[in-house]
Structures are given as C-alpha cells and as structure tokens.
Design a protein around this ligand. Structure first.
Ligand code: SF4
Ligand code: SF4
Length: 172
C-alpha cells in the first residue's frame, strides 16, 4: 500500500515522495551509470513495464494494481521500458554523463519539430523551467510505436529535477 505523501496534496510527485516510497536508486548506483527511475505511484491496473525489461529488473508484486519496483542492480539503463509506459512516467538518468553534466532520457509523444544539438529550457515535474539544456539525441524506432525518447543534457545538479523541456525558440 502506498503511503499518503505530499503528491496527494500537490498533484505532483517530488523527489522527496519518491524517496519516502523507496523508489529511488542509491547514490552509489546513480554514480555507476545510466539507471531507470520509475515515477509511478498510483495504484492502477497496469504492467507493460514489467514485460518491457529484458533484464527482469521491474517487478509488480502481488496484485496488478501495486506500484512497480525496480531491482536497480539489474537495470542497465537500456531505455527500452521508457516508450512502453502509457503513463509516461519512466525515465532513465545518467548522472555522470560528463564531468559537469547529466543526461536525462524522457518519453515524448508530441510532434518532433526540433533537432539534436538544439538548446532547450529544461523543466521540472510541474513544468517550471529549472535550467537550460541541450537535446543530445532523439531516438525513434518502429517498436516504440508513437513514443520517442529524447535525451536532454543538463547541468549535473538538476538531473533529479528535470523531467521535461520546452523549446527556446517558437515552434515552426
Ligand atoms: S532501462 Fe532497460 S534494464 Fe533498466 S529497467 Fe528499463 S528496460 Fe530494464
Ligand atoms: S507501465 Fe507505466 S503506468 Fe503502467 S505500471 Fe508500469 S510504470 Fe506504471
């Protein structure tokens, strides 16, 4: 059973909520390489994430409505689970992408009218701009259906806050 946490009041999940619910990897695991973060906290009948993972890192114990849990030691950060989530709540973070930047991989279901290398405004879970970022890679595959994966490079201190972006320039 999910404890009542702040997101019930705000409508937005926070890093603190995720921590309270034991949904975050350890600092050590985050330092090791790309790692999934699943921000799925509602008890809904859903489980495509479980079968999406070739490493069997995602598990839903007991009833289908329980929230998914990750065995972070199994996750390789391969990204495959991201486009399979209908709730768009799976991310992969690579904290130590470079010395001073992190890479956040996000699901994206809108029209892609931007390019790799483009500068963007990186947003938090509530859509607030937290920093500038750069579109590092756009990944689209037929098996992803209509969901792309966008990898955004951001200053390292924001990697647990950035969960979206918007363009600096007006859309064409
Ligand atoms: S990123 Fe890859 S290895 Fe990690 S949980 Fe998702 S599918 Fe599994
Ligand atoms: S597929 Fe997404 S919404 Fe469904 S249980 Fe998994 S993480 Fe939650």
């Amino acid at each position: 059973m999910v404890n009542e946490t702040n997101f019930r009041k705000t409508g937005l999940i926070s890093e603190r909520d995720l921590k309270r619910l034991s949904l975050l990897p350890s600092k050590r695991r985050l330092a090791e390489g790309p790692c999934v973060i699943i921000e799925c906290v509602e008890r809904i009948p859903c489980d495509p994430c479980v079968s999406a993972c070739p490493r069997k890192a995602i598990e839903i114990e007991g009833s289908l409505i329980e929230i998914p849990r990750v065995d972070f030691s199994r996750c390789l950060g391969c990204l495959l689970c991201i486009p399979k989530c209908p709730g768009l709540c799976i991310f992969v973070v690579h904290k130590n992408y470079t010395e001073d930047s992190s890479l956040v991989s996000l699901p994206y279901e809108f029209l892609i009218n931007f390019s790799e290398g483009e500068e963007v405004l990186a947003q938090d879970r509530g859509g607030r701009v937290v920093c500038r970022g750069k579109i590092e890679k756009i990944i689209q595959r037929p098996s992803f259906d209509q969901t792309a994966i966008i990898q955004v490079k951001v200053p390292k201190r924001f990697f647990m806050r950035v969960r979206g972006f918007r363009l600096l320039r007006k859309r064409r």
